[in-house]
Design a protein around this ligand. Structure first.
Ligand code: ADE
Ligand code: ZN
Length: 340
């Protein structure tokens, strides 16, 4: 059991969230409200029935329901409301900065214009006291040509997103499928990340680094299966955006006691803790911290490291980054002062 002081530290420490799919923050209540507002019919009779369907066996079983949930998003205001709800929840968890993924192809394939998606999400970010930037993800189960066409559609809005990522079904869709589009993005000065080593093998982490030139790996927990790769990730301080509750819900690990978060930290990796798809996986970022610290032998020093890592790995300007890191250091000085 976590003691009161540790709970308070985890909840109150300033933190950045670097792995959150905005469509994965769509709570069942909002799905039903938007379905009614937009006259979309859902294959579930009630919020409770929908929630009961959140019993996943792997990544694909989740993605099927996640894409169905996103079908209620049609108007710019829908994207605004979803993003505003996430940012309010993040603020309550003392998130100071969020780098938010969005999946435009999920919406443009249904006939929703790209500008509707990005303008709604972006406007909510502008209106929030939480610092928030956007990372556009390409769906890896679709073709690279589709990703290239999406990039073309996105370019008129280049000032509204800072980077690109790669998500959706990992197995059978290796990073190298997207070499050309990532190279174009690199030349455009976009920051690069990719999901790798969630369900896919450690080799996908290597190719994401070497062939896509990504700067951070989303998930990456399977890296420990390859000692050389682990040593490289530690040496180069490549950040891993780990999502503990997601990994349990999608059965990457059977239970939180078996999660490898502590081994990753002990290997000297630049680990961060994040929520992934909080509406589907049983909690927001603080729930992820609380659950992991409750089940694993992690203490105050680990919390400090994870809070610092979240800002160090963020795509922030030097001065802003130093400001947040100082805030973390002051927080931990005060939080631990009473014990000295
Ligand atoms: N955990 C995850 N892995 C891959 N694609 C995703 N899209 C939303 N959540 C995802
Ligand atoms: Zn993810």
């Amino acid at each position: 059991m976590l003691d009161e002081q540790m709970r308070n530290i985890l909840q109150q420490m300033p933190k950045a969230e670097l792995h959150i799919h905005i469509e994965g923050s769509l709570e069942p209540e909002l799905i039903f409200a938007l379905a009614q507002r937009n006259s979309v019919s859902l294959p579930y009779a009630s919020v409770d029935e929908l929630r009961k369907a959140y019993d996943f066996t792997d990544l694909q079983s989740f993605l099927d329901i996640y894409y169905a949930g996103a079908s209620v998003l049609l108007k710019e205001q829908d994207f605004y409301d979803m993003t505003a709800a996430y940012l309010a929840r993040a603020q309550a968890d003392n998130v100071r900065h969020a780098e938010i993924f969005f999946d435009p192809q999920t919406h443009t394939a249904r006939g929703v214009p790209f500008e509707t998606v990005i303008n709604g999400i972006w406007r909510a970010c502008q209106d929030s006291p939480v610092s928030a930037t956007l990372i556009m993800c390409f769906l890896r189960h679709l073709s690279e040509d589709d990703a290239l066409a999406t990039l073309d559609e996105a370019l008129p809005f280049r000032d509204k997103f800072i980077g690109v990522g790669l998500d959706s079904s990992e197995q059978g869709h290796p990073p190298e499928k997207f070499c050309r589009v990532f190279e174009r993005c690199r030349q455009l000065g976009l920051r690069l990340v990719a999901h790798a080593g969630e369900e896919g093998p450690p080799a996908y982490i290597e190719t994401a680094l070497d062939l896509l030139n990504v700067e951070r790996i989303d998930h990456g927990v399977r890296c420990l299966e390859d000692a050389e790769l682990t040593a490289r990730l530690a040496r180069e301080q490549i950040a891993l955006t780990v999502c503990p509750l997601s990994n349990i819900k999608l059965r990457v690990f059977d239970t939180m006691d078996e999660h490898n978060l502590l081994q990753l930290l002990d290997a000297g990796l630049a680990v961060t803790v994040n929520s992934d798809d909080p509406a589907y996986f049983g909690g927001y970022i603080n729930d992820n911290f609380l659950s992991a610290f409750d089940s694993l032998p992690l203490g105050v020093e680990h919390a400090r490291t994870l809070a610092r890592n979240s800002f160090s790995a963020a795509f922030l300007e030097g001065e802003a980054k130093r400001g947040y890191l100082n805030e973390v250091d002051r927080f931990f000085q005060q939080a631990t002062a009473s014990k000295d």
